[in-house]
Design a protein around this ligand. Sequence first.
Ligand SMILES: C[S@@+](CC[C@H](N)C(=O)[O-])C[C@H]1O[C@@H](n2cnc3c(N)ncnc32)[C@H](O)[C@@H]1O
Length: 335
Amino acid sequence: MEPSHAAPEHPSQRLTREIDITSLFAESGLRKRANVMLNDNTYEIDPSDVKNSWTYLAFMGFKAAREEKADVGTFVSVGTGPGIDGIGANEIFRPRSLVLTDIHKKVLPVAEMNFLNNLGRVKPDVFRVLHGNLCEPLAGRGIKADILYANLPNLPFHGRDIFGGINTASFFSERPAKVPREFRERLLALQHAFLLGGQKQLADGGLLLLNVGGRMPFRVIERLFESAGLSILRIVTLLKLQSEADVILKGYSDAEKKYGVEFDFYPYDEAVRSAPKLAFDAHSQRAALGHCRLSATDAYGAWKRGAKIAHLAHLVIAEKSRGKALPPFASRAIR
Ligand SMILES: C[S@@+](CC[C@H](N)C(=O)[O-])C[C@H]1O[C@@H](n2cnc3c(N)ncnc32)[C@H](O)[C@@H]1O
């Protein structure tokens, strides 16, 4: 493997602990042992509950995307956090080049170390770790992706030091783009900016994969992709426990009050009794959950009284639009 790690300067950091994430790979149908380090700034994963993790949804989406695209030259994860997505992508896509980026400098050496420490026999020819905002590190270097993946935060950051802790619930954008009201009110501003930039960094025939919360009617997500010149090909949906519930439910509840919109949450125990954990469409679980839907404000109240809260999460697989209509399953409105 060509040693071309363009890693940023190694900042002083505390490697807080090592965790065994073999269960994540096993639950995703992958035979691989993996251990990763996490520091104070990397995204958390609970190895005892991997089916409620975004990375599990990502891996299931990567497998669906592999059915669409078997030959992957370059895989990129934008906002990699601890780099677990890169380890899984390497196993699933076996790309010739693999690039991990993040806006948080202190997570990048951890992502790099985790990726290199978990390489088995499958190795990309080129591995790069790049720092920067959304797709800017790719655009600046002319990198085009065959698979471009991201799982980005939704809540705009209003505090003083966004890089002080785990930067997963809130986002920071160095150059905020002008965001259509519909997407700003649904807390999809960073996703909007990512799709606009990402579309330009796709290689011919490349696929863009976005992990996005399904806390709003799916037609909003369809419009988000359409507005960036992308057509949805496939969707994987996970009924997921709301993580970081204190911060995120409050953030969505505040947005409901500020913008007069409503988001979709569910009481977790009732939801898992009513709908399958995983589905390969956007709509079937939502239809089965209608009877127990909660607004963010109600869900936040229920969480404060001790309830566990669920939401839908979609891994959306899209390609550059060629002026063709959306497939019927993707364009069917729910409400
Ligand atoms: C929810 S975590 C996702 C981690 C990992 N990709 C996954 O799927 O599990 C979001 C990551 O995006 C990064 N991030 C936030 N804003 C960003 C931006 N504007 N550009 C690039 N990365 C960003 C955060 O530092 C964090 O590591």
